[in-house]
Design a protein around this ligand. Sequence first.
Ligand code: B3K
Ligand code: ZN
Length: 855
Amino acid sequence: MPDARPNPQLAQVRLADYAPPDWLVPEVTLEFWLDATRTIVTARLTVTRNGVHDRPLRLDGHGLETVAIRIDGQASPDWPNGDTLSLAIAGDRAVVETEVVIHPSRNTRLMGLYASEGKLVTQCEAEGFRSITWFPDRPDILSRYTVRLEADAALYPVLLSNGDRGTIETLPGGRHAMRWTDPWPKPCYLFALVAGDLAAREDEFTTMSGRRVRLAIWTAPADVPRSAHAMAALKASMAWDERVYGREYDLDEFNIVAVADFNAGAMENKGLNIFNSKYVLADTETATDMDFDAVAGVVAHEYFHNWTGNRVTCRDWFQLSLKEGLTVYRDQQFSADQGSAAVRRIDDVRSLRAVQFPEDAGPLAHPIRPDHYVEIANFYTATIYNKGAEVIRMLATLLGEAGFRRGADLYFQRHDGQAVTCEDWLAAMADANAVDLSAFQLWYSQAGTPRVAVETRQTGGRVEVTLRQSLAPTPGQPDKRAMLMPFRLALIGRETGRRVSDELVAQLKGPVTHLTFDGLSEPVLPSLNRGFSAPVVVEAPLARDDLAFLAAHDDDPFARWEAFQQLALSVLATDDAPDALVTAVSNTLDDPSLDAAFKGEAVLLPTESFIGDAAAQVEVEAIHRRREAARQAIARGLEARWWQLWEAHRDVGAALTPEAKGARRLANVALSYLVTAGSDAAFDAARRQYDGAATMTDRMGALTALVNSRSDHREAVLADFHRRFAGNHDVIDKWFSVQALANRADVLDHVEALTRHPDFTIANPNRLRSLIGAFAANQRWFHAADGAGYRLLADQLIAVDRINPQSAARLAVPLGRWRRFDGTRARLMQAELERILAAPGMSKDVLEMASRALA
Ligand code: B3K
Ligand code: ZN
């Protein structure tokens, strides 16, 4: 008999239970006596009763050694009960003081205050502040903070916190102290401090109203030369947010700190962004073009949070997408403005489909605004972030650029300084444009990826298009309703290859939409969901010839790329010869109207996992076999072209212009096809590129091609790479990943051996992801038929959970896809999830993920 008792560890938090706070905390004073092994935190909270009630003040705390509690100067009779401290307070206002001891160097969860390479740093979002001091740890409590940091002056010469700095105090015993005051009320998840031996790259930015802002990016002293790109991106972001959204920075300084041990990509703490070093440090030697773009994108993202997240924050954690979806949309817009907008859009769609679509199609599906959770850390997902951004993009498409800006202005004007909900955002958009968005609101509550089936009928000069939307049930949501969505489409002449209609933004409202185009003088093909205007799966019964035609002629770059993807999906779902794909790639390469960056994207086959997602069941071996055969056909069929392209586009130097980046991209795609074709000449060419590379893009391109090959250079370049970049964490992560993602039958043994490599550690989230996370993305070899890949993942997950539950819980995601695989694999994956659930002492993070994944 299964145990039917509810697991108290898995208690759900429900959106429906939200109630405003009983007590507010307008002022906070924090004093830190910093020490890696034993830090003393004294907190003084001014608390005020919110409304008329007689309930106590409830504070959250986790792992705190409480030393003292005083209310208005008097020792408190109440003492903590587990993670809660309830204080009975007689009046409507009081000063509550607590003193606690915490142990940063023992903190391996990387939440709260922890040590990373000799620095002390914090991460509070979502619920880390309770690991620092007693506090009502919820985002709708906004407080003004004054912070005093005291530490050993030699170990921690730099002391940073939010807001504006005070003066430094020199103290006896080699200690010193610094005071910081943040004038902007903020939720405690935006609190931050950093103490350490750091050096700054300094700069300055003058805002549109003339405020001079001191900018600093803090890193280990040796890394200062590697933060130039991040600084340029920061200044560009500040200017962009003024120009595009009218949003200005609001403090006299802005600090960014890079740390090696970090659970997320970065964190938008007010005035003191803390970053995973991976998203700060970049130079030609060590960062690929993609890394440079990622640095700029994350710097922009965190900076943009200053308005979308910080000045206007979330009422509760169910509203997470309110700040994350919107801020991802803003960083995507920013990145698109930096050049190659079409390729950026394709990249965004590709990653949405790679991570979010599978989430929406499986047991972990949840709406962009979930209505319950056990552990909020499990909801920092592609759905909240990337689908959330698509939902914002649809609003922008529906309202137009000016209408969207009007809505955003009203949102900031109404809600500056408040903690609000997704309804508040939609209300501002609707009110500013006098439109009714109630049918749009369903995007916030319904999980799953809609499908839009398209039928086109042409009779003479008239074309009738029928669009039918549907949405399959997801966990807990058996019945779905039609949603408002913008669907961009146009018609392409089947003879001329030209666009023969205006582009239309159809508003799909009900389940079925009919459109009519008149006056057409040739047969047409539909160009659908142009620019990926809605995050849906389009089902259009187009013949392969028609897809090939669109892949050669569609004037919308996204739709053109998509036509080739669909053509490839159609061919690779069968054992048909891949000739049509070779021809399509050849046409793309020959088209003088396309730039190198686009060509570099457009000649890539869909990934194995995307092919699997499009099928009724993931046929691991068949997908791999067919895709490899198609790659061979494209590689060999066009070998001379690949040589030409490689020669013509390599050696463009190290410039980061869109043109140079595009050239490197195309040259490296060409090289990878050459190595796939498998001649010794190609292996030698890759080796030459590796040895003489002027950029990490080129070195990594050659390394990846060789690692996936049977070339004799393979071992030599891997060894060289490791030697050359020893000690550089971000680059050594690439060395692990390239092996874990290798297209070779022995990859599992390699990954197993690499878990015992001296550079491997499960304590560092980047390193864990670079090996185990990457391996789980290697569809063919992670899903080995005997389940050895699943076992390896589960072993690592169980080990990681003892030190870092957030890291561990993320590793459960790939096992949650078991329904998509054949019975044998599905049972093996389920068995590993059961084993994880049965392991002693697992965290609630993992228990929630594993039990949802099994459902
Ligand atoms: N807001 C942070 C989230 C980090 C929390 C991870 N548990 C990063 C970002 O989206 O900007
Ligand atoms: Zn964010």
